[in-house]
Design a protein around this ligand. Structure first.
Ligand code: SF4
Length: 202
């Protein structure tokens, strides 16, 4: 994933009590201009099995890295998102679409949508949308479609070192795509593909 770390990154802070230690996050950037349009709050979740050569953030590969993503952390991010100068939320990692991460992120993104409907959501994934997320693979879960439906912009594809291009905005290698899921015809394609998938299920 082509995210960029800067000195403004806030490392995860420990929480004393958590009923939901199943997803960890590695960092929150409260004022990020590198990972999506405008000024954004970026959440780096923990866990990634892509292991791209030359990954910008290998410390997030470990699902146990960082700290638990608790409801208190969610509230902190919602507060960071509130100011008018913040355009939206970016989800990075790690891999937001690791099956272990999807349900918690879907619930959280829904909270963001409900509380702050004017904010947009960007998500970076090492998966390729059509190959990994819309057809039966280990990446698809019961909430994959739900999570995708709430994302405005998906930056997809693994980081490929031989295709690295630092001139590209918001991505690290030229194979990666910036997909405007909610504003282009691709959205219709997605639903069509899902429908074919659903009708083939038992
Ligand atoms: S998907 Fe992103 S976080 Fe995972 S290995 Fe590739 S570049 Fe690194």
């Amino acid at each position: 994933m082509p995210g960029v770390s800067t000195s403004s990154t806030l490392r995860a802070t420990p929480f004393s009590a958590s009923d939901r230690a199943d997803v960890n996050y590695s960092a929150i950037k409260p004022c990020d201009i590198a990972n999506g349009e405008g000024v954004r709050v970026s959440l780096f979740v923990s866990g990634c099995t892509h292991h791209c050569k030359g990954c910008f953030n290998p410390s997030t590969w470990d699902f146990a890295a960082g700290e638990p993503f608790t409801p208190e952390v969610e509230e902190r991010i919602l507060s960071l998102l509130a100011p008018d100068y913040i355009q939206g939320l970016s989800l990075l990692g790690g891999e937001p679409f690791e099956p272990e991460n999807q349900a918690v992120l879907a619930t959280f993104v829904r909270r963001v949508r409900e509380r702050l409907p004017g904010k947009d959501i960007w998500c970076y994934t090492g998966c390729v949308l059509e190959q990994d997320l819309l057809v039966p693979t280990r990446w698809r879960t019961a909430v994959t479609d739900d999570l995708l439906s709430m994302i405005d912009v998906l930056v997809d594809g693994p980081f490929i070192e031989s295709l690295k291009d630092i001139s590209l905005p918001f991505r690290g290698s030229s194979n990666q795509r910036i997909l405007h899921l909610r504003t282009t015809a691709l959205c219709a394609t997605m639903f069509s593909t899902r429908q074919r998938f659903r009708t083939s299920e038992p």
